[in-house]
Design a binder for this molecule. Sequence first.
Ligand code: GLV
Length: 324
Amino acid sequence: MTGTRPRIVVSRWIPDDAVALLREAGDVWLPQPDRALPAAELHEVVAGADAAVVTLSEHAGAAFADAAGPQLKVVANVAVGYDNIDVPALAERGITVTNTPGVLTDATADIAFGLLLSVTRRLGEGERLLRSRTPWSFHLGFMLGSGVQGKTLGIVGLGQIGRAMATRARAFGMSIVYTGRRRAPAEVEADLDATYLPQDELLATADVVSLHCPLTSETRHLIDAEALAAMKPTAFLVNTTRGPVVDEAALAEALREGTIAGAGLDVFEHEPDVHPGLLDLDNVAMAPHLGSATVETRTAMATLAARNVLAVLAGETPLTEVTP
Ligand code: GLV
């Protein structure tokens, strides 16, 4: 790299502010016009890169690193979840991995709570009714939903986004139970008035179960047919983390059979595909993975990723490194 500018490969469109930052440190390659690169093509363009910026749609593991070459120093993921990155394989090759925690917490919790309201209050269903020009008239029994005040929200994974979801739910008069690999610090529990429960008790108790755990080998299909059967038939499931945390076929079946009352989904097991069994059900509110999709949040995520790249290329400690 001596005497030449670093090569920085960006796998997909990112906001201009972040590109400008990256250009301070090196020559930036981006697909133009923007498109999803098939893995083979991504591996071709990453050859010779000193740094790579990727999104959750690209997998970066051993093949990616080997295609890049031994000079690759950093892979900056523009996402908080990093299940698309084989962190041990990259660490083995001395490559730093970074993610973007913190900056998308509120945006994601907003979408989670939006989906909670959308499914419990039948907003999508109501809009579909209007758009289909179906005759309707106001009456006291028309399209009754389920109120949230006084109900219990069960949070799976009380990390930053889980806590932001709890804060929103408290403001709407819900009480909070949570489960996860470990208990939150006592002050967090006290702040949110949140009670820890083992997962089976949480599933049996909560009126809404909202998933905020990362996707790992332990959480893949955490919500399967058995977990869904453990929920109350009046309960709702909200998923804004990663699709594979839920067995989507089992969920479609549970929603059709009335095992649970409804679901709000921002993520899907095989994105961009959605299980066909979900598409015709009225008790599902869906969004196409919009959790962090605001101008402000995406700019903050991409500039954080860019700052991580700049730090590593300058031989400094990145701001938000993923530790293997
Ligand atoms: C989005 O899904 C993220 O993990 O940041």
